[in-house]
Design a protein around this ligand. Sequence first.
Ligand code: M6R
Length: 634
Amino acid sequence: MKFSCQGERPCARVLAKAMCGIIGYVGRHRAKDILMDGLKRLEYRGYDSAGIALLEGSELRIVRAVGQLEALIRKAAPLELAGTVGIGHTRWATHGGVVEENAHPHRSSDGKIALVHNGVIENFATIREFLLSRGYCFASETDSEVLANLIAYHYGRGGGSGEKNHFGESVRRALLHVQGTYGIAVLCEDRPGELVGARNSSPLILGIGDGEHFLASDAAGFAARTRDVVFLRDGELVWASGEEFLLTNLCQERVEAQRQELDWDLTAGERGGYPHFMVKEILEQPQALENAMRGRFSADGSTAHFGGLAMTPQELRQVERIVLCACGTAHCACLVGEYLIEGLARIPVEVEYASEFRYRNAPMDRHTLVLVVSQSGETLDTLEAMREARRKGFRVLAITNGVGSSIAREADGGIYQHAGPEIGVASTKAFTSQLCLLALFALYLGRLRDLSFDEGVSIVEVLRAVPGQVREILLQGEAIRRIAERHGRCRDMLFLGRQVLFPIALEGALKLKEVSYVHAEGYAAAEMKHGPIALVTPECPSFFLACDGATLPKTISNMHEIHARGGPIIAVLSQGSAVPREIVDDPIWIPRAHGVALPILAAIPIQLFAYHMGVLRGGDVDKPRNLAKSVTVE
Ligand code: M6R
């Protein structure tokens, strides 16, 4: 899909949201199986608890369990659940602790309505007070249960009205009173063949099958059954039976559904024979990099081009400053982008945490371009930073892997990563694919300015060689596992690199923390002597990114300083490196490379190291504690 521009809907309110996976089904098949399968594919969005609600004739049955989906599957296994309409949820806790009462689906106190919700109802306290005064009561601490009751209240006011869409209308009326964000799927005990969903700032996708409809917060939830989809927009509501659906907005106006065909390789989202998604995705990087570059080099091999930027070369030449905005790993990618764009295109770049940028009111002149980077395309901080920039009239481009995601749809233009689904919570292939695209973008901007034809050709050659070089580095997986084994008991680590490898040091520390829970800090190598060196002991290893480059002699001095204090050194080195072997305890070799390729190559060993540390230390590397893949809360 091409990036497209989309204005805000008149009825939309844009606020903070929470992250969870939701799924809904109405059709002829056993909903339980379809919901469980969908939840498996959505579990990356949260795994504190999970639940399903099914309509068994006119009886509403709910099963919920704390912990990963496995717990729910075990609990539901002995139950006879043959209903063909249902909703399901996998939770990342926001309001209320991780206990069964707070797990979704929530049921209204009159028993009529069951709801799953992804988002935050900001005025839930006021609504709760109102409902308490009307005799409703609450079993959980969640804001979502309040919404279930509010829908029940409006449903009850209709007095069991026989009008065809009374259920959908009750949901709409309830939502008119809600401040906050939601992706919801709702069932009503009296309406056994109906499902209602709505969206405001939390993704919701309708899947259209043969005599069946699906709802999910990510099309992965149902893509095994249909590729025919409608991405709901903010302020839209859908009512569906098996045979038909109706899309409206909160102002009760009918909305023309824009149906799209998903173009997905479903096996890409499977773990296959791999022990973890994380290692599968690390090993997929050569392919992901090829996908990022495919069709993006000019015929003369001297520059890159992109189909969806929606900016002419003339407009891009007017850009005098670029602000790169992202979170987490994507932010580390942007820091590399800063070096590359400034180096190749000589355009000043600033890198901002999206969460800070949004509230900072940074002065930006009219020749500033904003580029946001997000694997999921749904990270709330990034989305809101982008909205803020657009509100101020800035042109915003996006690099994202999330086809049809909120960021992809709201950006003025952008570049899809085509890295395939990334399920492991720790970002790996999406990161190197972002590095690759930022390099291509820098090359393109450079060639619009002073970068010569010959320089362009040599950079294209460097980039084309990267997937093969990554394949070579991946062969060292076992050697890196042994290094991890030697350091598996450490409590702290430093990651150190300079220039374009400094952000890779930051990413190395982030990756290690995420999957192994070892405390790690990333620093510009020379900064180490200004404080962090105090941490160095024989129990605190330093992981150097010490590849060839102008600053290597200085980095070697830093390595000596750590070696002299008994600190073990793991180092990523260029083949044939001048780094004295006696100061490196554990070398990892990568091919010599140009600065545009080096960050990608150096990222591979840090990913493998973090992965093996995580596995050795017994953590769940695909679903590390307290994390979720797509962070849609502020
Ligand atoms: O989907 P995004 O790229 O916007 O996500 C941003 C961060 O939440 C993400 O990179 C996070 O830091 C990862 N867990 C890192 O492995």
